[in-house]
Design a protein around this ligand. Structure first.
Ligand SMILES: [Zn+2]
Length: 205
């Protein structure tokens, strides 16, 4: 009787070990598959990013100075999150890579590829924008895209913070960029222009 019990117990333990070993094998297999797929996904993202960078040109030294001055202006006015992303995570380009060439341009100044953190700056960024403040405002908009914000959020954020960067009706109201971007902001974020008691019904005035 004792022998039977011991054998049963042995059988039970043996079966339990087999199940445990089987479960651990399955878990290892799942983890290996997951790791393989994750590594493949990372490699695919890196390959995609490199294809974007390799099919476009970087800004010239002169253009890079303009970009740096605009970023510094953002830093001087307290936009630390945007500056962190622009300085630490962004690859600037001067010409369209293959993906931008296939897609419609959002505006004439710049375009951003999120989450690849690539900002392409077009000639209007250097010429239509009249000074470093207007270039800083364009970069502020693109930096919001670097955070994953959509057009509505990016336009609304810049319009709400335009005076903080020193870009207002008083200082830049007659520039082509101000007029164009105000018009675009009215289309993208109409809720900011819904205050009849404010000048131009602009709730931020
Ligand atoms: Zn945008």
């Amino acid at each position: 009787m004792l022998r039977f019990v011991v054998e049963c117990c042995t059988l039970f333990i043996s079966k339990g070990r087999s199940i445990a070993l089987f479960a651990s094998d399955v878990l290892v297999a799942i983890l290996q598959q997951t790791a393989t797929h994750a590594a493949s996904a990372v490699l695919a993202v890196i390959a995609f990013y490199l294809s974007l960078v390799s099919t476009s040109l970087p800004p010239t030294q002169h253009d890079r100075q303009q970009i740096d001055k605009a970023i510094q202006l953002l830093a001087d006015h307290g936009f630390s999150d945007e500056v962190f992303l622009l300085k630490g995570t962004t690859t600037f380009r001067a010409t369209d890579h293959w993906l931008n060439a296939l897609t419609e341009k959002e505006n004439a100044y710049a375009s951003t590829n999120f989450p690849f953190q690539i900002i392409t700056l077009y000639p209007d960024f250097y010429t239509k924008a009249t000074d470093d403040t207007e270039r800083a405002m364009v970069l502020m908009h693109e930096a919001r895209h670097l955070m994953g914000e959509n057009e509505h959020e990016a336009y609304a954020y810049v319009w709400r913070h335009r005076k903080q960067i020193g870009w207002s009706m008083k200082t830049h109201g007659s520039t082509e960029s101000y007029v164009t971007i105000e018009q675009q902001t009215r289309e993208m974020a109409p809720e900011l222009f819904n205050c009849p008691d404010k000048p131009w019904e602009d709730c931020t005035e």
